[in-house]
Design a protein around this ligand. Structure first.
Ligand SMILES: O=C(O)CCC(=O)C(=O)O
Ligand SMILES: [Fe+2]
Length: 134
């Protein structure tokens, strides 16, 4: 799958490809993911400019983004985008520091959706077998 997707995203050299992938299955519109930032320390997204590449497959679902600062989040509406089968979306720069995102419940959606997010793990634990590789 990466051989098909990464060149389209501008990553021709496999050495530059993401080294981790997270897969979420939403069986229907009753399944969701709440407000969060992808701020795990292994990706360093709160500290440095990072990229997350997201592929959506299956049912069309709403993806929302809001400010990560309580005052601003209360005074502004979340931004939303509909993600359809085959759509690629990226979160770049300091998105994980300044924004939160979610996939809300949508009762009328009855089909499954799979979301893959490719990321670059940059901070490895001492026991991680990938430590020392890029
Ligand atoms: O399903 C999506 O589009 C987003 C998933 C997500 O936010 C995550 O896996 O961290
Ligand atoms: Fe996320």
């Amino acid at each position: 799958m990466m051989h098909a997707i990464m060149p389209i995203c501008g990553f021709r050299d496999p050495h530059c490809w993401p080294n981790s992938c997270n897969l979420n299955l939403y069986e229907d519109g009753g399944m969701s993911v709440g407000w969060h930032s992808d701020d795990e320390s292994l990706f360093q997204g709160k500290l440095v400019d990072i990229r997350i590449l997201s592929l959506s497959l299956g049912a069309r679902r709403k993806f929302e983004l809001r400010a990560n600062w309580p005052e601003e989040a209360e005074s502004t509406q979340p931004k939303s985008v509909m993600l359809s089968d085959g759509d690629m979306m990226t979160m770049e720069g300091m998105t994980q520091k300044h924004f939160q995102h979610r996939v809300p419940k949508e009762g009328h959606v009855d089909g499954p959706r799979i979301n893959l997010t490719w990321r670059w793990t940059v901070r490895h634990t001492p026991r991680c077998p990938c430590r020392g590789r890029r």
